[in-house]
Design a protein around this ligand. Structure first.
Ligand code: SME
Length: 174
């Protein structure tokens, strides 16, 4: 079966697109302290910006089971509900605290296939103002090799801006 070509726009265009959507997210979220509202807004604006985003969403650290992720706000087909630290791409990103870029998910040991149409993936850890892990942002594409260092830098900057910066009033993950 022929591999689907990666719909990668030139890096400069993609970097600019991340900068533009970061500014839009900041404008929309100004003064908003509710974490669910912040998460769904990030997902919606990223999906509206990037055609290659097939599944986009958060997995959050479960406060009752701190070595487990539970699905949070997302857009896309049905997502798996829970992922243990160290399992799948999301669990490895949570455990290592490092962004994972996977060009071919079928070659990633222990990859969790919530939807068989997913072929590549990027998972970025999300940290709070106190530096603690809140969860991960997971993005899947049906194309192989859809994500690179530009995506990592763009998403890391957006997540730091939205979740790591001091939050307006109280911030809760509940
Ligand atoms: N593929 C992920 C699981 C979540 S779905 O992509 C929505 C993983 O391996 O962790």
């Amino acid at each position: 079966m022929a591999r689907a070509p990666a719909p990668n726009p030139p890096s400069t265009d993609k970097a600019k697109a991340y900068g533009d959507v970061a500014a839009e997210i900041a404008a929309v979220l100004e003064g908003e302290c509710n974490s669910i509202a912040r998460m769904v807004t990030v997902v919606a604006l990223l999906v509206a910006t990037f055609d290659s985003y097939f599944w986009t969403g958060f997995y959050l650290v479960d406060p009752d089971r701190p070595n487990e992720l539970v699905v949070g706000p997302y857009q896309g087909t049905l997502g798996c509900l829970r992922i243990a630290f160290g399992r799948g791409v999301c669990g490895v990103a949570a455990q290592s605290g490092k962004t994972q870029i996977v060009a071919d998910v079928h070659a990633f040991p222990g990859h969790i296939a919530c939807d068989s149409r997913s072929n590549s993936e990027i998972v970025v850890p999300v940290f709070g103002p106190d530096g603690a892990l809140i969860g991960v942002l997971d993005v899947d594409s049906t194309a192989y090799g859809a994500f690179d260092a530009v995506d990592a830098a763009g998403l890391e900057a957006i997540l730091a801006q939205v979740f790591a910066a001091p939050q307006p009033r109280e911030f809760s993950t509940g």
